[in-house]
Design a protein around this ligand. Structure first.
Ligand SMILES: C[S@@+](CC[C@H](N)C(=O)[O-])C[C@H]1O[C@@H](n2cnc3c(N)ncnc32)[C@H](O)[C@@H]1O
Length: 319
């Protein structure tokens, strides 16, 4: 695609295929978004700055007039400059309200640094607490990504159920674990279930977590929640608990791994999660106890401008 001025149209292509790089679609009503996109494309074609209404040129990636150089500096619907916080993907897109399609986009770009190639240290340390040393349990990993924890638990004789919206994540799990699988369409909502066809009992529901219920998922003896409750938009925490708690029975052990993180500096996800936050979402139905914590601050968190990053582990049981 080229602009009227014959310059390779980087922005128009990006805006048409992926408008949220500059201004997240999820943050505004669809009609408003389309209007914003139309205006932005028009401004591009006129050679004006895309980031604000300074009237400068955006023929290169940088605005020649106001020197905006990247998406850190962007504009709201009225063209007012806004400063953005860095996110875990290393850019300044507003990721506070990510939807499945936004995660798909990140998976598509292999921006999955949250994935750990090894068993999560909190899981290996507290696996006996999770399972009570029992075998053949039904274990749920909501928002599982391609966590190797699923294979580890299945190797231990459990029936593992994951849920992940990104199809790429589901496929990569089975491919990387060298495990053949089948897929079946879901009936309750749009999506599929991937099932291992080996002796390992692993199934991954590939759908939006917020569209499924315990009717399809059934009950679980254990839940391992790593990077899940803390990854969803903060406004959806109660909705999340309303889906999780019906999958619990009176003896279910739910381990929830969370972070204390300064989201005034770093955009998230993960989003800060205190004991009070967990109580607000789950407190009416479950007893909540903190069972571990550790300093999880590393180079990645330092690159987000953080000074501290504390991981906490909570155990939840039905009241
Ligand atoms: C921070 S990652 C954690 C992944 C995994 N738990 C791990 O430990 O590697 C959050 C995952 O949740 C998935 N996700 C986010 N929102 C979702 C939704 N509404 N329904 C299903 N999956 C979702 C993302 O695609 C992503 O893989």
């Amino acid at each position: 695609m080229t602009s009227t001025l014959g310059v390779k149209c980087y922005f128009v292509k990006q805006l048409v295929t992926r408008p949220i790089t500059v201004h997240p679609a999820s943050a505004r009503p669809r009609g408003v978004h389309l209007e914003w996109k139309r205006q932005t494309v028009e401004r591009h074609l006129k050679g004006e700055c895309l980031y604000c209404l300074c009237g400068g040129s955006s023929l290169g990636v940088d605005c020649l007039h106001c020197h905006h150089t990247d998406s850190k500096h962007t504009a709201d619907m009225n063209g007012h400059k806004q400063d953005r916080k860095i996110n875990q993907f290393g850019d300044y897109e507003d990721t506070s309200n990510m939807k499945p399609e936004d995660w798909d986009y990140r998976w598509g770009k292999s921006q999955t640094q949250f994935h750990m190639p090894k068993i999560h240290p909190m899981l290996s340390k507290h696996s006996d607490t999770l399972t009570g040393k029992r075998k053949n349990l039904r274990i749920f990993l909501p928002l599982c990504g391609k966590a190797v924890d699923m294979k580890w638990l299945a190797d231990d004789g459990h029936d593992v159920v994951g849920l992940e919206c990104a199809e790429k994540g589901c496929r990569e799990f089975f491919e990387e674990q060298d495990m053949p699988y089948t897929t079946e369409n879901l009936t309750e909502c749009e999506g599929k279930v991937f099932k291992a066809t080996t002796d390992k009992k692993i199934a991954i529901y590939c759908c939006d977590f917020f569209k499924i219920s315990s009717k399809t998922l059934g009950k679980f003896d254990c839940i391992w929640d790593r990077g899940s409750f803390v990854a969803i938009p903060v406004t959806q925490r109660k909705q999340y608990s309303n889906i999780i708690t019906p999958t619990m029975h009176k003896d279910t052990v739910y381990l929830l791994d969370s972070f204390l993180v300064d989201n005034t500096v770093f955009g998230g996800p993960p989003f800060n999660c205190t004991e009070d936050d967990i109580k607000k979402a789950f407190g009416s139905q479950t007893d909540i106890k903190k069972i571990d914590e550790r300093d999880a601050f590393g180079k990645w968190q330092e690159s987000w401008g953080l000074k501290t990053f504390v991981e906490e582990l909570y155990m939840l049981k039905m009241k």
